[in-house]
Write a protein that binds this ligand. Structure first.
Ligand code: C2E
Ligand code: MG
Ligand code: MG
Length: 751
C-alpha cells in the first residue's frame, strides 16, 4: 500500500500547490471577520500543501499561550482524541511559547515539547511538530505575536526550510485579520466587520502601486486584477482633481507623518468608464521597514446614495403631482415665518380644498381623478410668484405659501385669485370639467407662532368656507377657533363610543405571495357611529391620537384582536399558525408598563406570543428614543414580532433598522402603486425588498390592487402581501369562509 501524503510528509516543494495555498490564505485573511474563522481554512491549506495531518490554533494573551477550539485534522477517527486533551486547563505548550519568544517558526522532533497533547499525539502516530507565530501587523515578522499555529507531522525529521518558509508565509497572512480586527475595534464599529466581507480589498506598496485587488475591486472599479496590479492606484481610481492631495497624503502616511484615513471615510472614486462615484473607505497600514503597504476596504456607496436620495425626495414630495408635501410645506412655513419676523413682512398661508371631489373622482375613475389633481396643481403653481410654494397636503387639498406680502389686503387678493383660478374648466380625458374650491386664509407675521398654528388657522378658515356654501374663501379670525372647539365634540363622542362598544374590528388577510395562502390578518379598526354610520380610521384616529384617546382605543383593539385570533385555532386547522397584526400608536408604546399589558392580554386570550405582530409606523421608530428601544426589547423578549408599518414614507435615516429589534418591513402602498408600470416605477419597491432581505427582515407589500402588481412583486421575490386584490378588510364573520378557501390567489402555471 502506498503511504498517503500525510503519512510521509511532503519532502519536495510543490510550487503549484503552495502558490494556491498562499493565494487562498491571503484571500481568506482579507475577508474573514475573525482570526478563528480564517484560521481553520488557512490551516487546511497549509496542511494539505505540506502533507501535515493536524494543525491547531493557540491564542496568545498577555504573553501566555492559551488553547483554542480551532483545529484542522485530515482524519478525525485517528486524531480526534487530541481535541479532548486540548480542553484541559493549564496545558503547558513549550513549543508554542518558544515560537512566541523568538517570533519565528520553530520545529521539534520531541513531542514532549508540545505539552499536554503529547501522549495522545504520539499514540496517534505523530512524531514532530512546528509552531508558526502570527504577528499582529500581518507582516509575518514584525509587531507582537498574537497567536500561534501548531502543525504536527508524521515524520520525525525537520521539514525542508523552503516548506517551513512557505507555511510561515501562509500562516502569517492571518495577522491581517488581527490587524483589521483592531482597526475595526478602533473605529468602534463591530458592524464594520460583518459588512466588509463584500467590499473591495485593495493594497498599495510604498510607491502607491497596486499589489492587491480582489474580485470586488474588479467589480467596483471596472479594472481586472491583471490590469490593475502594478499600476499606480491614483491613475486608476482617483479623480484627477484629487491626484495631488492623494499622492501627498500617501507619502505622509508611508513616512509615518500622517495617520491613515479615519475608518469609514467617504470619498469620491473614479470608475474605469470615467464616471465618479461615492465610496466609503477603511484604511490601515501594514508591515514595517522596507515592505510597508497601505491596505483598504472600499465600498461603493452609489446604490445606497441613489436609494437614499430617492427616498428623501419621495418623503418630501407628493408622488402624483411632484409638488412639495405636507412635511416639506411645514418646513417652508417655519422658515418663512422666521424671515418674516426679521423683515417685518407677513406670510400668507392658503388651504384650497376642491369641492365635492369625491363625486368627481368616482365619475372620472381613479385615473381621471389623478389627472385632474395634477392639472389643479399646475394651475395653482402658475398663479404664484416663483419663490412661493404650492404643496399637496393629501387627497384634494392643496396649500399655497406666499412670502413678503403686505398683510391681509394682499392675502385676500391672492385668495380671490385662487378661487377665480377654478372658473376656467379643466380638460380631462377630452372633456371639460368644472370645479370649484373652498379656500381658507391665514396670515402670520412673526416667528413666534409655530407653523402648526398657521396651518391650523388656515384649515379652520377653509372649513368655514365649506360651511358657508363652498366656492369661496374665508380669512381666519379668532372667533372661528370657538367654532372649531365644536370639533371637540368628536372627542366626547369617541370617548362614549369606546365605552359603549361602538368600535368594530375588520380583518384584512396577509398572504404568501407565491401561493396566495393566508399567513395572517391585519386588524383594522372602524367606528360604528350612531349617526354617521361606519367610519374608517382616518376619520377618528388622528383626533384619538391628539386627545390621548388612542390609548384606551388601542387597548380595546389589542384585546379584541387577540381574542379573535385565539379562536381561529378552533375554527380551522391552519388557525394556530396564523398571525394577527395589530397597529400600535406611538402614544401606546410610550406608556410605562405597556409591555406588561401586552403580556397580560396574551395570557388572558390564550394567544401564543409568536402569533402576534405589532405594527409601528416608521416615524415612531425613527425618533428612536431610548424608550422606544427599551420597549421594543421588552416586547421582543415576550416573543412578539415587530413590524414597521408604512415603510418608506417617513424616511430620514435607515440606521434605526439595525439598532432596533424589528422583524418585518411593511412596504408602503405608495411604492406598490407603480410597481407594475415599468423599471423606473418599480425601482424603489425592488430596492426595499432587497433591503429587507439583506437585513433578514420579512417584507410585506401593502395595497396590492392588481394581478400585474402581484406578478411583479413575485418577480421581485417579495414574500408577503396584502391588498384589495386579495381581499378588502372583512368583518370577523367572514373569516371562516376565507380560511376554508385556503389560497386567495394560486400560482398560475401559465405565467
Ligand atoms: P395601515 O396600518 O397601513 O393599514 C392599511 C390600510 O390600507 C387599511 O386602511 C387598508 O384598508 C388599506 N388598504 C389595504 N389594501 C389596500 C388596497 O389595495 N388599496 C387601498 N387603496 N387601500 C388598501 P384603513 O383600514 O382605512 O386604515 C388606515 C390606517 O388607520 C391604517 O393604515 C392604520 O395606520 C390606522 N389604523 C387602523 N386601525 C388602527 C388601530 O387599531 N390602531 C391604530 N393606532 N391605527 C389604526
Ligand atoms: Mg398597519
Ligand atoms: Mg401601512
Amino acid at each position: 500500500m502506498t503511504p498517503t501524503r500525510e503519512e510521509v510528509g511532503a519532502n519536495d516543494l510543490d510550487a503549484r500547490l503552495w502558490l494556491g495555498a498562499l493565494h487562498r490564505a491571503a484571500d481568506v485573511s482579507a475577508r474573514a471577520v475573525s482570526l478563528e474563522s480564517a484560521a481553520g481554512d488557512v490551516m487546511a491549506q497549509v496542511c494539505s500543501a505540506a502533507g501535515w495531518p493536524v494543525a491547531w490554533l493557540l491564542a496568545v494573551a498577555g504573553g501566555r499561550v492559551e488553547p483554542t477550539h480551532v483545529w484542522h485534522m485530515t482524519d478525525h477517527d485517528r486524531y480526534g482524541s487530541l481535541l479532548a486533551v486540548g480542553d484541559e486547563e493549564g496545558m503547558g505548550a513549550p513549543l508554542a511559547a518558544r515560537a512566541v519568544a523568538l517570533g519565528e517558526p520553530v520545529w521539534t522532533g520531541d513531542l514532549a515539547e508540545v505539552g499536554a497533547v503529547c501522549t495522545e499525539a504520539a499514540h496517534a502516530g505523530l512524531s514532530g511538530a512546528l509552531a508558526f507565530p502570527i504577528h499582529d501587523d500581518g507582516d509575518g515578522h514584525g509587531g507582537v505575536v498574537v497567536a500561534v499555529v501548531q502543525c504536527f507531522s508524521v515524520r520525525a525529521e525537520r521539514p525542508p526550510p523552503d516548506v517551513v518558509a512557505m507555511a510561515a508565509a501562509a500562516v502569517g497572512q492571518l495577522g491581517r485579520v488581527v490587524d483589521r480586527e483592531r482597526a475595526a475595534a478602533a473605529s468602534d464599529e463591530a458592524v464594520l466587520m460583518t459588512e466588509v466581507a463584500h467590499d473591495a480589498y485593495i493594497a498599495v506598496d510604498e510607491l502607491g502601486r497596486i499589489v492587491e485587488w480582489n474580485p470586488e475591486a474588479e467589480a467596483v472599479f471596472g479594472w481586472s486584477r491583471a490590469e490593475a496590479v502594478g499600476r499606480p492606484l491614483v491613475d486608476l481610481a482617483v479623480p484627477a482633481r484629487h491626484h495631488d492631495d492623494f499622492i501627498d497624503h500617501l507619502g505622509r502616511v508611508l513616512a509615518g507623518d500622517a495617520r491613515p484615513l479615519a475608518p469609514r471615510r467617504e470619498l469620491v472614486a473614479l470608475h474605469r468608464s470615467g464616471a465618479e462615484f461615492p465610496v466609503q473607505v477603511t484604511v490601515w497600514t501594514n508591515g514595517r521597514d522596507g515592505s510597508r503597504r497601505i491596505c483598504g476596504f472600499v465600498r461603493d456607496l452609489s446604490e445606497r446614495k441613489r436609494f437614499e436620495g430617492q427616498l428623501a425626495s419621495q418623503a418630501l414630495h407628493d408622488r402624483l403631482t411632484g409638488l412639495p408635501n405636507r412635511v416639506l410645506l411645514r418646513d417652508r412655513v417655519e422658515h418663512a415665518l422666521a424671515r418674516a419676523g426679521r423683515r417685518g413682512a407677513s406670510v400668507a398661508l392658503l388651504i384650497a380644498d376642491i369641492d365635492r371631489f369625491k363625486l368627481i373622482n368616482e365619475s372620472l375613475g381613479h385615473d381621471g381623478g389623478d389627472r385632474l389633481l395634477v392639472a389643479v396643481g399646475e394651475r395653482l403653481t402658475e398663479l404664484l410668484r416663483p419663490g412661493d410654494t404650492v404643496a399637496r397636503m393629501g387627497g384634494d387639498e392643496f396649500a399655497l405659501l406666499c412670502e413678503d406680502i403686505d398683510g391681509y389686503k394682499d392675502a385676500v387678493s391672492i385668495a380671490a385669485r385662487v378661487v377665480g383660478a377654478f372658473e376656467k374648466p379643466f380638460q380631462v380625458q377630452g372633456a371639460d370639467m368644472s370645479l370649484t374650491a373652498s379656500v381658507g386664509v391665514a396670515v402670520g407675521a412673526v416667528a413666534g407662532p409655530a407653523p402648526e398654528l398657521l396651518l391650523r388657522d388656515a384649515d379652520v378658515a377653509m372649513y368655514r368656507a365649506k360651511d358657508g356654501g363652498r366656492d369661496r374663501y374665508e380669512v381666519f379670525d379668532e372667533t372661528m377657533l370657538v367654532d372649531a372647539t365644536e370639533r371637540l365634540s368628536v372627542e366626547h363622542d369617541l370617548r362614549r363610543g369606546i365605552a359603549e362598544g361602538q368600535l368594530r374590528l375588520y380583518y384584512q388577510p396577509i398572504v404568501h405571495l407565491d401561493t396566495g395562502a393566508i399567513a395572517g390578518f391585519e386588524a383594522l379598526v372602524r367606528w360604528q357611529h350612531p349617526l354617521r354610520g361606519l367610519l374608517p380610521p382616518l376619520e377618528f384616529i388622528p383626533s384619538a391620537e391628539e386627545t390621548g384617546l388612542i390609548v384606551p382605543l388601542g387597548r380595546y383593539v389589542l384585546q379584541e384582536a387577540c381574542l379573535e385570533a385565539a379562536r381561529w385555532g378552533d375554527i380551522h386547522p391552519s388557525g394556530e399558525r396564523l398571525r394577527i397584526s395589530v397597529n400600535v400608536s406611538a402614544k401606546q408604546l410610550a406608556q410605562p408598563g405597556w409591555s406588561d399589558e401586552v403580556a397580560q392580554t396574551l395570557a388572558e386570550s390564550g394567544l401564543a406570543p409568536r402569533q402576534l405582530v405589532l405594527e409601528i409606523t416608521e416615524s415612531v421608530l425613527m425618533d428612536d428614543t431610548d424608550t422606544t428601544a427599551v420597549r421594543l426589547e421588552e416586547l421582543r423578549r415576550l416573543g412578539v414580532r415587530i413590524a414597521i408599518d408604512d415603510f418608506g414614507t417617513g424616511y430620514s435615516s435607515l440606521g434605526y433598522l439595525r439598532r432596533l429589534p424589528v422583524d418585518i418591513l411593511k412596504i408602503d402602498k405608495s411604492f406598490i402603486d407603480g410597481v407594475a408600470e415599468g423599471p423606473h416605477e418599480s425601482a424603489l419597491a425592488r430596492a426595499v425588498v432587497k433591503l429587507a432581505s439583506t437585513l433578514r427582515l420579512e417584507a410585506v407589500a401593502e395595497g396590492i390592487n392588481s394581478r400585474k402588481q402581484l406578478l411583479q412583486l413575485r418577480r421581485l421575490r417579495c414574500p408577503y402581501g396584502q391588498g384589495f386584490y386579495f381581499s378588502r378588510p372583512q368583518p370577523p364573520a367572514a373569516i371562516p369562509r376565507l380560511l376554508d378557501l385556503g389560497a386567495l390567489e394560486g400560482v398560475d402555471p401559465g405565467e
